[in-house]
Design a protein. Structure first.
Length: 250
């Protein structure tokens, strides 16, 4: 008897759930006719979206067509999501801009990322790029989310990038005391101070849960050694890893 009652309860619950989903679908679909012209209106505002088409079903907008930049693909979906009664966006837009060899694109992105956020958290960020078949993967660590967003936006707006994969870790700001102490210890050193004149500051200081890591490029092996010594003198750093590279001389 209990088994029968339990089965009956489950059947009724499924029936209520199905009815609820059907009602939601019906509610969403009745806005489709009104959504379509609004989507078109948003897309015609930008010349970069002239090759896009859209259709709507149950409040879900499907975008297709092609654009020149990956950032334009993101922007199109962002505009559509803001339209009233849109339940979601299926983004099938193809990035059909110019093709850039993966090696050349990697070099471009690495240089741009190296100089990103100068004057802000640049010295505390270390982001690199790898590219395969036009898909850029960003790796590294940054101090705050704004720094990650900046790196992602930079890659997304680079001609030749077809897609962007985010493998960037946002560190905890609780490590700021260690970061600042390491910055002072390194850049106030009479030997290492000259690196502060480079706007990109080649010595990057990354702190993750007490682990202090140095990235970037220095001119000599002695500079690398001195930077490691200064980093090891910083109070609060549980461990230090010196990943500085020594510049190759021609």
């Amino acid at each position: 008897m209990k088994t029968i009652l339990k089965s009956l309860g489950l059947f009724l619950a499924l029936g209520v759930l199905s009815a609820g989903l059907a009602a939601q679908t019906t509610t969403a679909s009745r806005h489709d006719a009104a959504i379509r012209p609004r989507v078109t209106q948003q897309l015609v505002k930008g010349a970069q979206f002239s090759n896009l088409t859209a259709w709507v079903e149950d409040g879900i907008v499907t975008l297709s067509g092609n654009v020149d930049l990956y950032q334009q693909k993101l922007d199109a979906a962002k505009k559509v999501r803001k339209i009233e009664n849109v339940q979601g966006v299926r983004n099938l837009i193809v990035v059909a801009g110019k093709t850039v060899p993966d090696a050349d694109l990697t070099a471009q992105l690495d240089r741009k990322l190296y100089y990103d956020r100068i004057g802000y958290d640049n010295v505390f960020n270390y982001v690199t790029a790898s590219v395969q078949d036009g898909v850029a993967t960003l790796n590294g660590e940054v101090r705050i989310e704004i720094d990650r967003d900046s790196a992602m936006a930079l890659a997304s707006a680079t001609p030749g990038v077809k897609d962007v994969v985010d493998n960037v870790t946002v560190e905890s700001i609780l490590g700021d005391r260690v970061r600042l102490s390491a910055e002072r210890a390194i850049y106030r050193d009479p030997v290492l101070g000259r690196y502060a004149t480079d706007p990109a500051r080649p010595i990057r200081i990354v702190v993750d849960r007490g682990k202090l890591t140095l990235y970037g490029t220095v001119e000599t092996a002695m500079d690398k050694q001195i930077a490691g010594v200064r980093a090891n003198q910083v109070l609060g750093a549980f461990s230090v890893e010196n990943d500085l590279q020594v510049a190759k001389r021609s």
